[in-house]
Write a protein that binds this ligand. Sequence first.
Ligand SMILES: *[C@@H]1O[C@H](CO)[C@@H](O)[C@H](O)[C@H]1NC(C)=O
Length: 407
Amino acid sequence: MARFILSVILIWFLNACSQAQTGNNMKALMTKLFITDGYNKEVRPSLNQSEPLRVDLDLFLVAVNGIDEVGQKLITTGFVDIYWKDEYLQWAPATYGDLSTIYVSQDKIWKPDISLQNGFKKLDELGNGFIKVIIEKDGMLRWSPFEIFETKCDINIEKFPFDEQTCDIIFVVWSYSISEVKISKGLKGINFYNFKGNGEWKVVSTSATVDSSAETRVKFSLTVRRIPTFYLINVIAPIVLLAVLNIFTFALPVDCGEKMSYSITVFLSFAVFLSIVSSTLPKTAGSILEFYLMFQLGMGTIVVIVTAVELRLHFRSKPVPKWLQVVFTLSFIKYMRSKKNVGCSDNNTQNDSATMNGEVIKKERTHADSIELTWPDIIARVDMILFWVLLVAVIIMTLIIYLLLTN
Ligand SMILES: *[C@@H]1O[C@H](CO)[C@@H](O)[C@H](O)[C@H]1NC(C)=O
C-alpha cells in the first residue's frame, strides 16, 4: 500500500514537472514585463499614486559579531526581509506555462530607498546587484538584502564585566514621505536565522517599533548581556589574590629584611598585571571595576610606604616617645603580656639575644604596668593592626564592588 502511494506521488510529481514552464515562457514574460509594458524603475509601483505603498520589514539576525566599546559600535550579520506589492509586475500564469514566480536582479526594479540610519558608513542602498528579488504572479515581492550591519550604539560600561547593552538598528525610508511609502514591521521583534551565538555576548531580548512621525523608520532593538566568566577568571580573580598577598606583607617580621622586597615584588607584579589587564578592558572611562583597580593600586602603594617607614623605625636608636608608649600600652596591655618575641633567625647570636631580651621583658612585665616599649614592639603592633584592618577593608571593598556590579 505504501509503495503504491509512493509511486502515485512520484507520477504526480513527474507530471507536475513536465507541465512546468519552458525557457521561452520565461523570456516571453520578461519581455512582456520589462520591455512591452515599459517598466520604469523610477515609478513607484502603485496604480493609484495618491495611495501610499505599504512595505513590510523584518530583520533576521545571523550573528552578533561583537560590540566595540571604544568605537561605540555594534556589529551584526543579518538580512532584512522586505515585502511589498508591485502593481506593474503582475501576470496571468496560464499564458506563460503556469509560470508563477520569477527571480529578477534587484537593480532592475523599483525599490523603496530603505537604508540603515545609524550606520557607520555613508547612507547607501541595501544589498547589491547580485541579490535577486522574488516576484510572485500577483506582484508580491520579496527582497532580502544580506549585510554586515555596523551601527552606532551608546555603550555604558559602568557595570563591566556584568554589563548589559541595548543597541538599535534603525532603518529609514530616506526620500519618500509617509504619504508615499508606509513602512511596517513583522509581529516579532528581531528574528533569528541559523543564529550563531557570540562567545562574549548573550542575546537577552529584542523588540521592534515603528516610528512614523516625519520620516518612516523602523527601530529594531537588541539587548545583549556580557558573559563575565572570562573577565572573572582572567582579571578579577588575580586582582583579588594579589590584594591578599599584599596584605600578608604585614605578617612578615621586619628584621629579616625580606619585608621590603616582598612588598615591592607584590606591587610590581600588580603593576605588570595591570598593564596586561588594561589591554582587555574597554578603553572608555567610567567603569566601577577601574575604580577597584585604582583602589588596589593605592593599597599597594600604601603598603610599600608603610613598610619603608617601619624599616626605618626598626633601626632607630632613639627611644620611643612617651605619648606613643602611652597609646600602645593602653590599647595593648593584655596582648603584650602574652606576647612572644618574633624574630628572624639569621644567626644564633641574634636569636639568643632576642629570646633573652624577651625573657627580660617578660620578667619586667609581670610586676609592672609601666613598660618600656621598643620600636620593634611598636612595629609588631602596627603590623597586626594593619593586617586585620586591610584584610577587612579589602573584603568589604570587594563585596561592595561585586554587589554594585551585579545589581
Ligand atoms: C486613488 O486613491 C484615493 C485615496 O484612496 C482615492 O480618493 C481616489 O479616488 C483614487 N483614485 C482612483 C483613480 O482610483
